[in-house]
Design a protein around this ligand. Structure first.
Ligand code: G6Q
Length: 551
């Protein structure tokens, strides 16, 4: 197969891009009154409107050809079949198995892994329910009031985001905290207000060697022991989720409190596994099952829907259209739902860690752009901050907007105002404001002609800024499960198109390795000379200041 940029589908898209790059979406909407019906898809209570994108029927059909050229249907099959598609680590990618609700066995290397998954889930549920129902007692016989998840990256962002998103489903007298930062202020601030007699720790680390997590776990253990003073009762307050049982045991965690992670689950795809223990404690096993079911239903949609009606596929293709033909560098995720305030941070990891790659599956350097910079915030807050650049900046930033149709505790005035912002922003980004419209507005305000002339250019908005909108009824566990799975699969599809492995993360591994080396050099006050002059200078400055402070 020719390399991607020389392929027929790519060249056809390139030519098409040249033809439509100047076309304004206002004209597309004018020409085709059925645009919304044509460019929107429904899944359960979710509607995905992609009509406000710089696409035509032809764009969609050419993008679909690109997907077919990349053998996307085969890749989807291989994903679900447990092929070792994470080829650099020789691993299957089976986070979908963690939420599978079917009865069929899921075979991997001759073993039905669904049996082990279900058995492990029962163990997790059992502990979660004991803690929730106050049956689980700490070393001094008291019930647990606070759970602290110690983990970072994939062992933190997923459960943290889900716990925040599903707050209305959580027990209100059981607090779940997350500690990820190696900066001692994070754990200190968290522990300061907790009682060791009623606190339960989850050390979440697939490897059980990540420096940040291990240091925080050690500090937590010392804090516990300094208050309770009994090593043998540690089992009442510490659990681990890991694939490294040996190290978890060596840390002092009792066998029955060690929950399994498998090497076929990537950290950033692991919230469905025992890494979700904190979530299960917060929302309960039943609601956790709903989360899994929502994801499973979306998996089935992804597996079976024709490409043109397949939401993750269309999300991915539109992303590729901007990334590789409009050459956009960034994309935004903007939830208009306070409960989704960590959604963009989580998606940032899923997207950027998965597709931030420059070597393709053949081991060659790509000659096209892969994953974009993904950023985001709660939409309303963003409006009062970076939306300026979205409206009038020199960069094109396609954005996803997510909003619930109904709120949990509906205060109609608030929700109506929220939704009016959703609709107004997507419309304004698409339409912009012409010079004529801006002129009329200024004239109405009673300004002098000279003032109008000076101000007019600043008041013009070019528009033609793309958004895709996701509306859903209410952010239930089921809907959240589906939304997360949608993004996971979008990232996978883009990885297939770009011919990269979305499931390794050598850049993250590098960070872990570098930190360990330098960490050893910080143990004494000797001058360091082994790095470049900037790194040596910074390390030595730190050492000097540290020793001055000590003396
Ligand atoms: C996720 C990444 C990374 C990982 C963290 C924590 O896909 O691999 O974010 O989750 O580095 O690793 P451990 O769970 O092994 O501590």
């Amino acid at each position: 197969m020719p390399r991607l940029k020389q392929s027929q589908a790519w060249l056809a898209l390139k030519q098409h891009y040249d033809e439509i790059k100047q076309v304004h979406m206002c004209d597309l909407f004018e020409e085709d009154k059925e645009r919304f019906a044509k460019f929107s898809l429904y899944f359960n209570d979710i509607v995905y409107d992609y009509a406000k994108n710089r696409i035509t029927d032809e764009t969609v059909s050419l993008l679909l050809k690109l997907a077919e050229q990349a053998a996307l249907p085969d890749w989807i099959e291989r994903l679900f079949a447990g092929d070792a598609i994470n080829h650099t680590e020789h691993r299957a990618v089976l986070h979908t198995a963690l939420r599978d609700q079917g009865d069929a066995p899921i075979m991997l290397d001759g073993v039905d892994i669904s049996v082990e998954i279900k058995a492990e889930r029962v163990r997790v549920k059992c502990l979660a329910e004991k803690i929730r129902s106050r049956v689980w007692r700490g070393a001094t016989g008291q019930a647990i009031t606070d759970v602290v998840n110690i983990g970072i990256g994939g062992s933190n962002l997923g459960p943290l985001m889900v716990n925040e998103a599903l707050k209305p489903y959580s027990l209100h007298d059981l607090n779940v905290h997350f500690v990820s930062n190696i900066d001692e202020n994070h754990i200190n601030e968290t522990l300061e207000y907790l009682d060791p007699k009623t606190t339960f720790f989850i050390v979440a680390s697939k490897s059980f060697t990540t420096q940040d997590t291990m240091l925080n776990a050690e500090t937590a253990r010392q804090w516990y022991l300094s208050h309770i003073g009994s090593d043998e009762k540690i089992g009442r307050h510490f659990s681990a989720v890991t694939s490294n049982t040996k190290l978890a045991k060596a840390f002092g965690i009792a066998d029955e409190n060690i929950f399994k992670m498998w090497d076929w689950v990537g950290g950033r795809y692991s919230l469905w596994s025992a890494i979700g223990l904190s979530t299960m404690i917060a929302i309960g096993a039943e609601q956790f099952d709903e989360l899994l079911e929502g994801a499973y239903e979306l998996d089935m949609h992804f597996k079976t829907a024709p490409l043109a009606q397949n939401i993750p596929v269309m999300m991915a293709l539109i992303g590729v259209w901007y990334n590789n033909f409009f050459k956009v560098q960034a994309t935004a995720v903007l939830p208009y739902d306070q409960y989704l305030h960590r959604f963009a941070a989580y998606m940032q990891q899923v997207d950027m860690e998965s597709n931030g790659k420059y070597i393709d599956r053949n081991g060659e350097i790509v000659n096209y752009q892969t994953g974009p910079v993904l950023f985001g915030e709660i939409g309303i807050s963003g409006q009062h901050a970076f939306f300026q650049l979205l409206h009038q900046g020199t960069k094109l930033v396609p954005a996803d907007i997510l909003a619930p149709l109904f709120s949990y505790r509906c205060i109609a005035r608030h929700h109506r105002a929220l939704m009016s912002n959703v609709f107004a922003q997507t419309e304004a980004l698409m339409r912009g404001k012409t010079e004529q419209q801006a002129l009329e507005e200024l004239q109405k305000s009673g300004m002098s002609e000279a003032e109008i002339e000076a101000l007019l250019p600043y008041k013009v908005f070019p528009g033609n800024r793309p958004t895709s909108t996701f509306l859903f009824d209410t952010l239930t566990p089921r809907t959240l499960g589906s939304l997360i799975a949608m993004y996971e699969h979008k990232v996978f599809v883009q990885g297939v198109i770009w011919n990269i492995n979305s499931f390794d993360q050598w850049g993250v591994e590098l960070g872990k390795q570098l930190a360990t080396t330098i960490s050893d050099e910080l143990n004494d006050d000797d001058e360091v000379t082994t790095h470049d002059s900037s790194t040596n200078g910074l390390v030595n400055y730190y050492k000097q200041r540290r020793s001055l402070k000590r003396s």
